[in-house]
Structures are given as structure tokens and as C-alpha cells.
Design a binder for this molecule. Structure first.
Ligand SMILES: Cc1ncc(C[n+]2csc(CCOP(=O)(O)OP(=O)(O)O)c2C)c(N)n1
Ligand code: SF4
Ligand SMILES: [Mg+2]
Length: 299
């Protein structure tokens, strides 16, 4: 069961006044993540919208220690932090590495893969807003097919989203989970669990982005919920490689009810050029993945 909002710790680690766009899904998620991980957290991140959230040195709204690293080196930086804490006998601290989809699916994959295979002790979070948002919405390998970006401006992206979660699964991690900023209780539970496990823990965090996705800033929570309710994003976790559906995805599996993807696509400007055939294809891909996950979760 997801933790109820009223049962979450009251201590805040993000103070009012971040520099993200109005309606951004990222600070919502980050707020609950840090409530779960607590003050004994050292984080490292490359250039991305999270850097914007962290602010300009020497001022920051974030009340934990943070390292700003270079793009391809988030996991290498986290490996260094983990080794340093071990040498100092301070393994009571959690090392959190966090990067966007561009900084993970594309540029960070090599360092992350190496560290994960060596079972290096950190939590790695890929927050996925499905494009290089910070530099003006360029396509990444996480951008779904059918989306318009500034580098796919006329003809929407043709290639499907890279299945990065399956790539991370292939590393035999002690803990892997997916979550979404629209479900703070689900998100909180998963970070609490990840905090108490050793080795490389990987969390894929879906965060809607009004600026890059083209929807009104007040609809971020609704869009994230629709992503899950249509099966575009599936909430699950894997402990020692055993897959369990969680939260809304679990209740959808039990009820057998899933909304059509069109309800999610039609609310976002980035999908406005999709043809009926492309929407059908998108639906088919979502259905296939959903069926595979149901099977693996024992439904
Ligand atoms: C090596 C390198 N290339 C390019 C950049 C420019 N850059 C800064 S942020 C960014 C976008 C990052 O995209 P993503 O990782 O998806 O995070 P988001 O901005 O979407 O939050 C880019 C391309 C950089 N800082 N370093
Ligand atoms: S571009 Fe998107 S992800 Fe980045 S701060 Fe703005 S709303 Fe958030
Ligand atoms: Mg991104």
C-alpha cells in the first residue's frame, strides 16, 4: 500500500522558490524523494533541469549536499562519493545520483552500466521528461515515437522509446523500480525501500513537463496519472529480480481496466501531428508491454 500523504514526514528539504518552470513535475517528485532519503544524503547530478532546480551557487533552495558533475560522469561521480564515504567510515550517508533521460539513456549509460555491474553502493535515479528539456526540447532516445521536438519539428519522431529499464534489468540489480511524480505515496515507499538496500539501486521516475510536452501548467498531476492509467507508464518494482506491480498499476491489473492511449496523447501538443495509424501503433506497443508485464507479475 502506498503511504498516505498525511503520513509523510513533515521535514522539508526543498525550500519555496525553485527555478523550475511553473507546473514542472520534477520538484514534486524531488520533494517526496528527499523526505524518504532524509538529511544524510549526498547527491550528484549533471547539467539538466535538476541543476536549474538546485539554483546558482552560492544560493540553493535544496537542503542537502550536492555535487554538480559533467554529463557523462554521474555514476562515476557517485562511485567516487561512495568510495570516499567508505574510506571515512561514513556509510550512514546515502549517495544519490540523479540525471535526466538525456544524461542517462544517451550520455550516462556507460558509467552507469560499469558501476551497476560492480554493485557500487548508490541509488541512481533517471528522471525522465522524454527529451533534452533544459536546452530547449531536443529529442533523446527516451522521446516516444510520435512526439514533436525542436529537432523533430515537422515530422514527429519515428523511432520508439529506448527500453532503458530492461537494459538496467540486465544488470541483475538488488532493487529496480519505476515511479511517477503524480503518485507521491508510491514514490516515497520505493525510495524508503531503496535507501535500506546495498548495491546499485535504479529508479526510473516519470516526470511530466508542461514546457516540452505542450499542456497547461495546472495539468501536470493529471497528465502523470493518465500516463499510468493508460499503461504508457507502468508502476512496478523488482527486488532480487522478482517483479511486482504496485499502486495504480496493480489495481488496474486486478480490475482489468486500462484507458485508451488517445486520452493521454490528445492532451499534449507534442503529439498533435500523429496520424490515426501512428496512434494505433502506439496503442499496440503499450498493450504488448502491458501484457508482458502482467505475465511477469503473475497475472
Ligand atoms: C557534454 C555536454 N553536452 C551538452 C550540454 C548541454 N546541455 C545542458 S543540459 C542539457 C539537456 C539535458 O537533458 P536531460 O538529461 O534529459 O535533462 P533535462 O534537461 O530534460 O532535465 C544539455 C544538452 C552539456 N552541458 N554538456
Ligand atoms: S523544461 Fe520541463 S522539466 Fe525542465 S524545468 Fe521546465 S517544466 Fe520542468
Ligand atoms: Mg530530459
Amino acid at each position: 500500500m502506498s503511504t498516505a500523504i498525511l503520513d509523510l514526514p513533515e521535514q522539508e528539504f526543498i525550500l519555496p522558490g525553485t527555478r523550475t518552470c511553473a507546473g514542472c513535475g520534477l520538484p514534486i517528485a524531488y520533494r517526496y524523494m528527499l523526505k524518504a532519503l532524509g538529511p544524510k544524503t549526498i547527491m550528484t547530478h549533471p547539467a539538466c533541469c535538476l541543476t536549474i532546480l538546485h539554483g546558482i551557487y552560492p544560493k540553493t533552495p535544496v537542503a542537502i549536499n550536492a555535487v554538480n558533475n559533467t554529463f557523462a560522469s554521474t555514476a562515476a561521480s557517485a562511485s567516487g562519493l561512495a568510495a570516499g564515504l567508505k574510506a571515512l567510515g561514513r556509510e550512514d550517508y546515502t549517495v544519490l545520483a540523479m540525471a535526466g533521460d538525456g544524461g542517462t539513456y544517451d550520455m550516462g549509460i556507460q558509467a552507469l552500466s560499469g558501476a551497476a555491474e560492480r554493485e557500487t553502493n548508490f541509488i541512481y535515479v533517471c528522471y525522465d521528461n522524454e527529451a533534452y528539456m533544459n536546452t530547449g526540447v531536443q529529442r533523446s532516445s527516451a522521446t516516444p515515437s510520435g512526439a514533436i521536438t525542436t529537432t523533430t519539428p515537422v515530422v514527429p519522431k519515428r523511432q520508439p522509446k529506448k527500453d532503458f529499464i530492461r537494459i538496467m534489468e540486465a544488470h541483475h540489480l538488488p532493487y529496480l523500480a519505476t515511479t511517477c511524480s503524480s503518485y507521491p505515496g508510491d514514490l516515497y515507499n520505493k525510495f524508503m525501500k531503496a535507501r535500506d538496500i546495498k548495491g546499485t539501486r535504479f529508479i526510473h521516475l516519470a516526470v511530466p513537463c508542461p514546457t516540452g510536452w505542450g499542456y497547461p501548467t495546472g495539468d501536470t498531476v493529471k497528465i502523470g496519472r493518465l500516463a499510468v492509467e493508460t499503461g504508457v507508464v507502468v508502476l512496478y518494482e523488482m527486488e532480487q529480480e522478482v517483479l511486482t506491480l504496485t499502486g495504480k498499476s496493480l489495481s488496474m491489473a486486478r480490475s482489468g481496466r486500462k484507458r485508451p492511449v488517445d486520452e493521454y496523447l490528445k492532451l499534449q501538443g507534442r503529439f498533435r501531428k500523429m496520424s490515426a495509424g501512428q496512434i494505433e501503433d502506439f496503442q499496440r506497443q503499450v498493450d504488448e508491454r502491458w501484457e508482458q508485464l502482467l505475465k511477469r507479475a503473475g497475472f
